[in-house]
Write a protein that binds this ligand. Structure first.
Ligand code: HAM
Length: 454
C-alpha cells in the first residue's frame, strides 16, 4: 500500500474561486464590462509582473504598499528586480507612455485581473485579490471625474447593490499639499506623545499618510488635524465645486470626507471611495481619484489622468449579503445513455444539439463505471438541465430517443416523450426556446449559437 501523501494547500490569503461562486463572478464581470462599454471605455491588458521600480515611482516609496506589501523577487535568470503588481494604475500608465497612446487624444481604458499585496489576511482583505479598474487619460475637467463616479453608480444599480455610499474629497495640488504639510507636521509635533511608532517615522517623510492611520488611539488626533480642504487654491476649489455641481444635478448622493486622503501618493485633487457598512472593517468596495502629475513622472508629456479600481471579492460578498440570485443550471440538456451503440449515438446527438446553440452535458464514465440509468438520471436532475435525453438499447433499435422534462412541477406526471432520433434537435429547441428563438442573420452567418433563450 502506498504511503498517504500530505496535502498541499493554497498560499495564505490567496483564494480559489470555486464553481459555486462562478455565476456571481460572471454576473459581476459581464455587467461591469457592459457598463464600461456603454461609456466608451476600451479594454487594456498589462503584465502581472513589472519592474519593481515602476511601483516605487508611481505609488510612492513611503506608502504601506511599497514599504511592506509588495511581492518582490529577483529574476533568477538575469538578476532583474521584479514585483507582482499590487495595483493596476502604474502598469496602465506605463503602457500609455510606452505606446504613446495619448498622442492622438484622450483615452478611456479599463482592465481587470489579480493584484498582489502581502497584507494581513482577514475578511475582505487578501494577498491575491481581483480588481476591476478604469483609467481616463488626457481629460482635465471635472466632467470626467463625474462620469467615472456615475459609471460606478450605474454598475451598482444594474447589479442591484443599494448599500453603497460615496465619500468624496479634494487633496489639491502639490503646492497646496506642501503648505498643508508644514502645518500638519507642526500639529503632529505638538502632539508627539499621541503618535505611534509608525506615525513618528512618517512624520517628516510623509505626514499625510498619518491621516490614513487605522490606530484607534490616534483617531481623535487625526480628526482634529488641519484639513487639506481649507488649503485649496482657486483652481482646485473650482474643480471640486464643478464636480459637486454635476453630481448634484445628476442626483448622485455623496458626503465630503475631509480625512479621505487615500493610501497611494500619486493622487491630486479629486479622490473618492465607495463604502458599505455591510462588510465589516473592509468596507471600501471601490476607490480612486485624479493623478495629473503621474504621466510626466514616467517621462510622458504632461497629461492628466483619473481612475478607480473596485475590489471584486468585496463586491461579490456584498452581492451575497444582499441575497444570492438563483444559481443557473450547468446545461439545458443532460444526455443519459446505456450501451456502446447508445453512447455513440449520444455523442453524435449531443454535438448536433450544441450546433443548435443549446448547452449539453454528456454523461461520461467515472472510476465507478458508466452508471446505471437510475444513477445517471440523478446526475441529470442535479445538473439543473431542463431535459434529459435518454438513449438505451430499445431507443437504438427503434432509432428514437426518450426526452424527459426535469422541471415538471411536483405531482405533475413527469412528462416523457418519444421522438425520432432525427427530430430530436428540433424538438428540444422548440421545447426550450419556443418558436421565436432563432435569430435571423442571413445565409452567410456561421455562428451556430442561434438560440436565444427567453
Ligand atoms: P486601492 O484603494 O489600493 O486603489 O484599491 C482599490 C480597491 O481594491 C479597494 O477599495 C478594495 O476594494 C480593493 N482592495 C485593495 N486591497 C485589497 C485586498 N488586500 N484584498 C481585497 N481587496 C482589496 C488602487 O488600487 C488604485 N489603483 C485605484 C485607482 C485607479 N486610482 C486611480 N486609478
Amino acid at each position: 500500500m502506498s504511503e498517504k501523501k500530505e496535502k498541499i494547500s493554497a498560499i495564505k490569503g490567496m483564494n480559489d474561486i470555486l464553481p459555486a461562486d462562478a455565476p456571481l463572478w460572471e454576473l459581476f464581470e459581464n455587467t461591469a464590462e457592459s457598463v464600461l462599454k456603454s461609456y466608451g471605455y476600451q479594454k487594456i491588458v498589462t503584465p502581472i509582473v513589472e519592474e519593481t521600480g515602476l511601483f516605487a515611482r508611481a505609488i510612492g516609496a513611503v506608502t504601506d504598499i511599497v514599504e511592506k506589501e509588495m511581492y518582490s523577487f529577483t529574476d533568477a535568470m538575469n538578476g532583474d528586480l521584479l514585483t507582482l503588481r499590487p495595483e493596476g494604475t502604474a502598469g496602465v500608465v506605463r503602457a500609455v507612455v510606452e505606446h504613446n497612446m495619448a498622442y492622438d487624444g484622450p483615452k478611456r481604458l479599463w482592465y481587470k485581473g489579480p493584484m498582489f499585496r502581502h497584507e494581513r489576511p482577514q475578511r475582505g482583505r487578501y494577498r491575491q485579490f481581483f480588481q476591476f479598474g478604469a483609467e481616463a487619460i488626457g481629460f482635465s475637467g471635472p466632467d470626467i471625474d463625474a462620469e467615472l463616479i456615475m459609471l460606478c453608480r450605474r454598475l451598482w444599480d444594474d447589479i442591484g447593490l443599494d448599500e453603497i455610499r460615496l465619500e468624496l474629497n479634494s487633496i489639491g495640488n502639490a503646492d497646496e499639499r506642501q503648505r498643508h504639510r508644514a502645518d500638519l507636521i507642526a500639529y503632529f509635533e505638538a502632539n508627539i506623545d499621541v503618535l505611534d511608532a509608525e506615525a513618528k517615522r512618517r512624520l517628516h517623510a510623509n505626514p499625510l499618510r498619518i491621516l490614513d492611520t487605522k490606530n484607534p488611539a490616534m483617531q481623535d488626533l487625526v480628526n482634529a488635524a488641519p484639513q487639506l480642504l481649507s488649503y485649496l487654491g482657486e483652481e482646485s476649489l473650482a474643480h471640486f465645486e464643478g464636480l459637486k455641481k454635476i453630481l448634484d444635478a445628476a442626483n448622485v448622493q455623496y458626503t465630503v470626507n475631509p480625512r479621505l486622503v487615500r493610501g497611494l501618493d500619486y493622487y491630486n485633487r479629486t479622490v473618492f471611495e465607495w463604502v458599505t457598512d455591510a462588510l465589516g472593517a473592509q468596507g471600501t468596495v471601490c476607490a480612486g481619484g485624479r493623478y495629473d502629475p503621474l504621466i510626466e513622472t514616467f517621462g510622458g508629456k504632461p497629461t492628466p489622468g483619473i481612475g478607480f479600481a473596485m475590489g471584486i471579492e468585496r463586491l461579490i460578498e456584498l452581492m451575497k449579503a444582499q441575497g444570492e440570485p438563483a444559481a443557473p443550471g450547468q446545461c439545458d440538456v443532460y444526455m443519459v445513455h446505456q450501451g456502446d451503440e447508445a453512447r455513440m449515438k449520444a455523442f453524435i446527438l449531443a454535438e448536433r444539439i450544441r450546433d443548435a446553440g443549446l448547452d449539453v452535458v454528456l454523461h461520461c464514465a467515472t472510476p465507478a463505471g458508466a452508471g446505471s440509468f437510475k444513477s445517471q438520471m440523478k446526475k441529470a436532475d442535479a445538473s439543473g438541465a431542463a431535459f434529459a435525453v435518454i438513449i438505451g438499447e430499445d431507443e437504438v433499435a427503434k432509432d428514437e430517443v426518450a426526452v424527459k422534462s426535469l422541471r415538471a412541477a411536483q405531482g405533475e406526471n413527469a412528462q416523457q416523450a418519444t421522438v425520432a432520433f432525427g427530430a430530436a434537435v428540433d424538438y428540444l429547441v422548440d421545447q426550450i426556446v419556443g418558436g421565436g428563438g432563432e435569430h435571423d442573420c442571413g445565409p452567410d452567418c456561421d455562428d451556430h449559437h442561434h438560440v436565444h433563450r427567453p
